[in-house]
Design a protein around this ligand. Structure first.
Ligand SMILES: *Cc1c(COP(=O)(O)O)cnc(C)c1O
Length: 364
């Protein structure tokens, strides 16, 4: 070959296709396709971001110390066991880069988050898929997929795009039965929205093992997706290894300071959680009444399943809703061609979707 050739695995990756952003529709558009908060970030986070504009010539503090300390105070964690990243996506890639190589295997479940296979294959490792049960991670199936080459298990809890979660007892059972050298990545991007008392985000498990990490994000409940901030809590050995490959200035100062302010605004988080719980219950009930199946969600979105009948499919519904400025997420690349994912929106957006779906289903 007379031109540069990507390393093995790279060209096997299906390019990530994000949800529609609404371009091409005239009139008002409600973007309910990317699990962004409809309530925006804390005004204090916006103020902190603007204030940081006075010193853009300076490199950020390289370890995100102020943010790690704020996270430490909030969750009662040792800041030395936290790494911040440009979104948790960056951290997921750090983990793959640190622990996966050619011929290694990494497991995720059927409808697992799409960043996992990308991070796995980008490092020449093999992507192994464990079947789910009722759109929910199945610990036995994950354990069955383990081979001598398994190095890592990706588990979003709750999962995107299904919205389902597994209780702490199941996570504990998974950890206990995985070989100790296998890294378990608990991706808790939606943990703030879970209101079940059998759930644990991962903090307790990370604190008591040396082979498990938990990742979190400022993109969802904190409403800072455009700034790209996430973090990981892990045991000393993993933090040490990942810090060696992390770029020295990977989180920008404005992003870091906005994230600190967001974390401290607990009233804003409470409001967002209350809004999500209320409208998640309402949407689940109203959409179900239309004869559509909704997978019970613990996150800030719902998964709606459509019939296979001509004129009533998920594709048809997507076109029908898009024409009305209601942008949901089609899930073909998540192997869910018959479903749409809807991010919980404002009261107005939620009511418009239910009214439009009623019309689509001929219930009006
Ligand atoms: C949104 C999301 C994230 C967060 O990604 P960022 O890079 O922090 O914006 C992580 N994991 C899952 C499963 C998600 O849905």
């Amino acid at each position: 070959m007379s031109r540069p050739v990507p390393k093995p695995g790279v060209l096997d990756i299906a390019p990530y296709t994000p949800g529609k952003s609404g371009a091409g529709v005239s009139g008002r558009v409600f973007k309910l396709s990317a699990n962004e908060t409809p309530l925006g970030p804390s005004p204090k986070a916006i103020a902190a971001y603007k204030a940081a504009a006075d010193a853009l010539e300076d490199y950020p503090e390289g370890t995100s110390r102020v943010l790690r300390e704020a996270i430490g105070r909030t969750f009662g964690l040792d800041p030395d066991r936290i790494i911040c990243g440009a979104g948790s996506d960056e951290i997921l890639n750090f983990l793959a880069h640190t622990y996966l190589g050619a011929g290694d295997e990494a497991i995720h479940t059927t409808h697992g988050f799409l960043v996992y296979p990308i991070a796995t294959m980008a490092n020449g490792a093999i992507n192994v898929i464990a079947p789910e049960k009722n759109f929910t991670a199945d610990v036995d199936a994950i354990l069955k997929a383990v081979t001598p080459r398994t190095k890592l298990v990706w588990l979003a809890n709750p999962n995107n795009p299904t919205g389902t979660y597994i209780p702490f007892d199941e996570v504990k059972r998974l950890r206990a039965d995985l070989p100790p050298h296998v890294l378990l990545v608990l991706d808790a991007a939606y943990s703030e929205y879970v209101s079940r008392n059998d759930y644990e985000s991962g903090i307790e498990m990370v604190a008591t093992t040396d082979n498990t990490v938990m990742t979190r994000t400022f993109s969802k409940i904190h409403g800072l997706a455009s700034l790209r901030v996430g973090w990981m809590y892990g045991p000393e050995n993993i933090i040490d290894a990942v810090n060696r490959i992390r770029g020295p200035f990977n989180v920008s100062t404005p992003a870091m300071l906005a994230a600190v302010a967001a974390l401290e605004d607990t009233a804003h988080q409470d409001m967002s959680r209350t809004h999500t719980e209320k409208w998640r219950a309402w949407l689940t009930e109203e959409v179900s009444k239309l004869g559509l199946t909704v997978t019970p969600s613990a996150a800030n979105f719902i998964l709606i399943h459509f019939p296979l009948d001509k004129g009533k499919t998920a594709d048809d519904a997507d076109a029908f809703l898009t024409k009305r400025g209601l942008i949901l997420r089609a899930l073909k690349n998540y192997k869910l061609p018959h479903a749409l994912r809807m991010t919980i929106g404002t009261e107005e957006a939620n009511k418009l979707v239910v009214a439009a779906l009623a019309e689509f289903m001929g219930r009006k």
